[in-house]
Design a protein around this ligand. Structure first.
Ligand SMILES: [Zn+2]
Ligand SMILES: [Zn+2]
Length: 254
């Protein structure tokens, strides 16, 4: 909804007075509703800590910066070579305002204006992502959907769809296995096993020979992206790309 700036400012001041909200990252007062659950300063930090120059050109994983005299045009992390997706990107690391926005979205079907702008900017910064022909939000198992009442990946998909004009496809892919929530300390092999055959392609004709963009809130390991990409490629998709709000990065790869 468009509001002249002065009226929007007045609305924000009134709402802040009625419902004062503290930034979930630093505790300061949030002055504008467009910032969602974090204050403007914490959002600026997200923008300043956007991915460093050095990252894997396929999966977007940040890599240790190279000495300035060394230049490699297409660096790869060495972990994603076997992955069935073509290209994965996130709006930034899973920390600060991005982390809090992802956590909020799990219980509230809302995406702040600030988060939306960052998502759209990340999409339009990449010709690979722009080549996508439809958006598939990572599906929830029907049992989990009933508990949660909404799928946060769909909220992200529709936000991106309204800016890009791409169709959201919720029909093609189903989650047929109610996987355990990934617990801290769960080994990579265990995570991979819980995701095996977790997805089923219901409507292959919607993805046949298409470039598909899979959308989710956070990429932790790449296992979910890999399982979905494999399912879609086997079903006839020509290319699978991935876009998430955030990427969990525990360490930089050499
Ligand atoms: Zn803050
Ligand atoms: Zn990689």
């Amino acid at each position: 909804m468009y509001l002249p700036k002065a009226i929007a400012g007045l609305r924000d001041a009134t709402l802040a007075m009625l419902y004062p909200t503290a930034c979930r990252v630093c505790g300061a007062m949030i002055e504008s509703w467009r910032d969602g659950v974090a204050c403007a300063k914490c959002w600026e930090e997200v923008q300043q800590t956007r991915w460093p120059e050095d990252f894997c050109t396929k999966c977007g994983l940040p890599l240790q910066p190279l000495p300035s005299q060394v230049q490699i045009e297409k660096r790869r992390c060495g972990r994603c070579d076997e992955m069935a997706f073509n290209y994965a990107r996130a709006c930034g690391p899973y920390e600060g305002a991005l982390r809090e926005s992802v956590l909020w979205l799990k219980t509230h079907p809302q995406i702040s204006q600030r988060m939306r702008e960052l998502l759209i900017a990340t999409f339009f910064a990449s010709p690979e992502l722009q080549a996508s022909e439809s958006i598939i939000p990572v599906p929830l198992h029907p049992g989990r959907l009933a508990e949660r009442t909404f799928n946060q990946a769909e909220i992200i998909a529709y936000a991106l769809s309204s800016a890009s004009g791409l169709r959201v496809d919720t029909a093609s892919l189903a989650r047929v296995k109610k996987t355990e929530m990934h617990r801290a300390g769960m080994g990579a092999r265990e995570r991979a096993r819980t995701l095996e055959k977790a997805f089923h392609l219901r409507a292959p004709r919607l993805i046949e020979n298409r470039v598909v963009l899979v959308v989710d809130d956070v990429m932790t390991t790449s296992r979910t992206a890999q399982e979905i990409a494999q399912t879609l490629i086997k079903g006839g998709a020509s290319v699978v790309n991935v876009l998430t709000l955030a990427r969990a990065v525990s360490m930089l790869v050499q």
